[in-house]
Design a protein around this ligand. Sequence first.
Ligand code: BES
Ligand code: ZN
Ligand code: ZN
Length: 499
Amino acid sequence: MEVQLIHEKWSKVECDALLVPLFEDQLDSEGLAQEINISQDGLLSELEQNGGWTGEQGENTTIYRPRGTKIGRLILIGAGPKNLYSEVDYRALFMSVVVSTKAYRLPVLGILSVGSPDPKRMARCALEGLMLGVASTVDEYKTVERPVAGVGQVLLVSEGSEVDAVTASDLERKAGVMATATNDARRWTNEPGNIMSPSRLADQAQKIADSSSLDIEIWDEKRIEKAGMNTLLGVARGSDEPARFVIIRHQGAPSSDSPPGVLIGKGVTFDSGGISIKPSLHMEEMRTDKAGACAVLAAMQAISRLQVPQNVVGLLAVVENLPSGRAQRPGDVVRSMGGKTVEVINTDAEGRLILVDAIHYARQLDPAFIIDIATLTGACVVALGKVRAGIFCNADRLCSAVQEAASKADEKVWPLPLDSEYRHDLRSYIADIKNVGGRWGGAITAAKFLEEFVGEIPWCHMDIAGVSLYPEGSVVKGATGFGVRTLVEIVSDSSLYPE
Ligand code: BES
Ligand code: ZN
Ligand code: ZN
């Protein structure tokens, strides 16, 4: 997909479709909406009068072959009230419009960001949204012939100096890398458990490393056992598919000794719950319980392509959680890599068990900080719904950096607490700690469990259980790729590394 910057009046642009975001308040004022209205003999006012157009967020309307132009379709996108500009996820908005209007089949698409309070942000969101929209169909396993996405060229239309050439080429590069990585994470996450086994996910990582400057090491079960990662192996025991631990290194700092930022992803290729088996309703969604690992892998790819000038290590803890005669039982006690013993109360709380061994490995790298990302708890979905991911940090400085990174990436997060009282629920009379607490505050007790293994290192845990899939009823289905862009922004923040 080629991106081209065009300085031209919107009506002079030649393209198959021109996407134009319009704010509610623009309809009754001067400006772009009026200009379009007048050029189309009052069509917009007419639509407005009969309820065909309000400018509400998510509403869109198509004007075919607008007169006096060489535009195939003018797609007006309801951008909502202008005063909510900073809150709205315009990337998602553009993505849904591209999907619902099937604009992804058109060879030349134009985007206009005129009239927006921040045209650069609008252009970036539009470009990324468009790229996400083009790759939004989850139909790889449909055998009927499907129309392929046809977009070959994207025109960034800027009537004045809203978007200059430097911004445009910057945008093209960064938006291109970010959207591609997000789409990769979505595609990998969507893969079913019978295809994307732990070893296949590791193969995928190998492929990414082979085609980039990333260095990779893939541990098989023997090697994992040798390292003493018993809480990770305990989860994998029930499955015939062997576990994998993947270490991906990006050396961006001048010295290979500089402390790295470490990203850890939960990669449960299928989570049945194990012996503490889940109810069957919606169990199929647990094929996406590897979203965290897929986000880390995709982020590493983007980090290498953007040549982030820091050392970054990505760790993928990859297992399948199934019941069998060999499976780990509730009541089992396992010794983690760091030596702490864990009483496994519930085999469905497996994410934290694989993460803590990865966290211990990370500590040995003398890291500047550790971020883990995981579809960890249903309780986080109860707390924050499907809008924001929960974040838990042991250091205020890192917490604000993560929030800032997320807001740059237009991904929504919300900090949740780690008070010491929450630890009480995890007391075990037989081992150092148990893997689940009581009924309440489940997202927090899960984070408290992880914190126990982190020590003094600045650490942030992102629970993406609620945001890893598009909610029911969305135009777009399957995985969102949440976290990829935020992770890239976090590791790019030079203030998080020692001088
Ligand atoms: N993978 C699930 C969490 C999850 C739930 C992800 C919903 C996406 C959507 C996790 O492994 C799990 O099963 N957690 C349990 C923990 C409980 C046993 C303490 C849960 O949340 O019910
Ligand atoms: Zn589980
Ligand atoms: Zn899980």
